[in-house]
Structure formats: C-alpha cells, structure tokens
Design a protein around this ligand. Structure first.
Ligand code: UFG
Length: 328
C-alpha cells in the first residue's frame, strides 16, 4: 500500500516525501515541476504530470495500490493571486476536484489537504483558532477555503475522510541539509533576507511599517517545514485509525514582526542586513499567529523547532550550501 504525495517535489512536499521515506513508507510522487524540483526528490516512484489531467491520474491510480493521498500541489503566492485570480482558482480548485473524483472511483478514502492561514484573512482573535471566522483577503486563501468546503460535501457523499492542515508561515530546511526552499522567483521573507546575507541582493524591502503592530511591521508565525511534515504524518495515522474528518492549525503560536525576523537573520548569519521601507503589499493581513492547541492535543503533535533562531539556522545552512538552489 502506498501514499500518494501530490506536489511532492515542492518545498513542503519534498520535506514530506523525505519524512515518509525515513519512516519506511512506500511513496508515489506526482509533480508537474512548474514550481517543484526533480533534484528535491530523494526516493519513491515519480510521475511527471498535472492533476487536472484525468487520464494521467487514472494511470497513476491504476498502476499503484494507493491507500491515502496528501495534496500539496497548488500555486501559493498571495500577490500573484490578486493580479491573476483565475490562475489560482483554476489550478488550486480544479486540480483537487479532479483528484477527489479519481479517489472516489478507486475507493481511496484518506485525504490530507494542505491549507493555509490565508483562509482566515484579517482575524481579530489572536492566537487564531480553527473555529474563528474564515474571511480570506486574497484569492489564494479563497481558493484553499473553496476546497475545504468541497471536502465537507465529499465526506458526506462519498465517505472521503480528510484532515485539513492550515499552515502558518512554513520556513527552514531539512536538518540533514539535502533539501530546502527554492522558489523562482523567491518572494518569501526569510529566504530573501538570507540572499541579502549572501550578498546576492543589496537589501530587503520591508512591505509597510504602518500596521497596527508594536513596530509597525506585519507579524507572522513561522513553523519549521519538518514540523509540518510530522503533523501530516500524525494526521494520516489518525485517519487510518478511522477517526473523523477534521481541521488543524499548524504554527508555533508565537508571532514575529518583519523587523524581528530581519534582526534574527542578522544574528544567525553574523552579517549586516540593509533594509528599506516600502509600501504595503496588497492582500497582507497585519497579524497571523496560530493556536495549535488542537493539533498538539488531538494529534499529539510536538513541534521540535520552536524558536525562530533554530528555524533560521536550518534555512541558513541550506542557502549557504546551495546559494543558487537546486541544480537544474
Ligand atoms: N515581506 C517583506 N519583504 C519581502 C517579503 C515579505 O516585508 O521581501 C513581509 C510580508 O509583507 C509579510 C511577511 O514579510 O508581512 C511574510 O511574508 P512572506 O511572503 O514570507 O509570507 P506570507 O505571510 O505572505 O505568506 C505565507 C505563505 C502563503 C500563505 C501565507 C499565510 O507563503 O502561502 O503565509 O499567511 F498564504
């Protein structure tokens, strides 16, 4: 019996694949390599293809004995989603609908869905709980929320059991240094700041210092990518025991402002990081901090990288050793 990982060559997907290989699991990976990297794959059986292609999916399901599916495949840039919402709705929603349809046909009933804190939007209750209102401020979050709603009905109608995992800000890299973050172009705060430390960029632009936060910059909850992988594994085990569908936030429960992140990068890398204040980035909520009590309690999840410094150290090791990311 195998676990299918869709988007398994991407940043979070590749860390999941590596984690499952370490647990001795049999894995099948699908990726269209639009954002993923073939060199991020450390094992398993790989299929190159797009989830919206039903014929392709039928082939994958008919050739393997798949018992559970984890779906990471999605576009995930907030600002791009604002400029091109249809790209996001088409890819993120249609791909998951096609996948669920094929799962239904093959009687595969366990599904882990990669969702996001962006489903909450501008939430006033901090830390955010799963029961808080979901009002996305961008099409990316909206596309993930749409799939969450679709999942509820698929459970009722077809018995597909799911765990929706709402990640806060995924960061860091595998401790053994083989895989890490490589987005092209890069838009995320930590890798961009590390590129400044490496001398690849002149400065980091701070998107807005006039938010209603202590230092005026946005606050995020950074969670190590390997801790995300362990949560997926526990969520899968829970579904395998026949437990009900559920939603979990995944974060460290501590918020750091953009300026605090830059200062921590300065400290970890021992370099001076130049920064400049720029205007706000559209669609950015001011504060996103998770309450992950539910995941800690129900999944017995125990995030290991619970300091920002530790998270940035792992990222720094990856970026120093792979200054241009994966070899093409
Ligand atoms: N930021 C800067 N300068 C940069 C890059 C980012 O100031 O060059 C700021 C952003 O404005 C934001 C914070 O740093 O306030 C974090 O930005 P990231 O781009 O690193 O991450 P986001 O919070 O925008 O997005 C992440 C995921 C999304 C997910 C979102 C949920 O990448 O997929 O968290 O909030 F939807």
């Amino acid at each position: 019996m195998s676990i299918l990982i869709c988007g398994g060559a991407g940043y979070i997907g590749s860390h999941m694949s590596s984690y499952l290989l370490e647990q001795g699991k049999d894995i099948i990976i699908i990726d269209n390599l639009k954002n993923g990297h073939k060199n991020a794959l450390l094992g398993g059986k790989f299929y190159l293809g797009d989830l919206r292609n039903r014929i392709f999916l039928n082939k994958v399901f008919s050739e393997n004995n798949i018992e559970s599916v984890i779906n990471f495949a999605a576009y995930s840039l907030v600002s791009e989603s604002i400029n091109n919402p249809l790209k996001y709705f088409n890819n993120n929603i249609l791909s998951t609908i096609t996948l669920l349809d094929v799962m239904k046909d093959y009687g595969v009933n366990n599904f882990i869905f990669s969702s996001t804190a962006a489903t909450y939007g501008h939430c006033r209750n901090i830390p955010i709980k799963e029961i808080d209102a979901t009002k996305p401020t961008n099409p990316y979050g909206e596309s993930k929320l749409a799939v969450e709603k679709i999942l509820k009905w698929c459970d009722k109608a077809y018995g597909i059991k799911y765990s929706i995992l709402r990640y806060f800000n995924a960061a860091g890299a595998d401790i053994n240094g083989n895989i890490g973050e490589d987005h092209r172009p890069e838009s995320h705060l930590i890798p961009i700041t590390l590129q400044v430390a490496l001398g690849q960029r002149e400065r980091i632009m701070i998107f807005g210092d006039d938010y209603d936060t202590p230092d005026g910059t946005c606050i995020r909850d950074y969670i190590h990518v390997s801790d995300l992988a362990s949560a997926h594994f526990l969520a899968l085990e829970r579904l395998n025991k026949g437990e009900n569908s559920n939603i979990y936030n995944l974060g460290n429960g501590k918020g750091f402002s953009v300026k605090e992140v830059i200062n921590t990068v300065k400290y970890v890398t021992g370099t001076n990081i130049k920064s400049e204040i720029a205007s706000r980035r559209q669609g950015d909520p001011p504060i996103l901090v998770a309450s992950s009590e539910k995941a800690i309690k129900e999944l017995s999840w125990n995030p290991k990288y619970n300091s920002l410094e530790m998270i940035i150290e792992t990222a720094w090791r990856w970026h120093k050793n792979h200054p241009y990311g994966y070899k093409q």
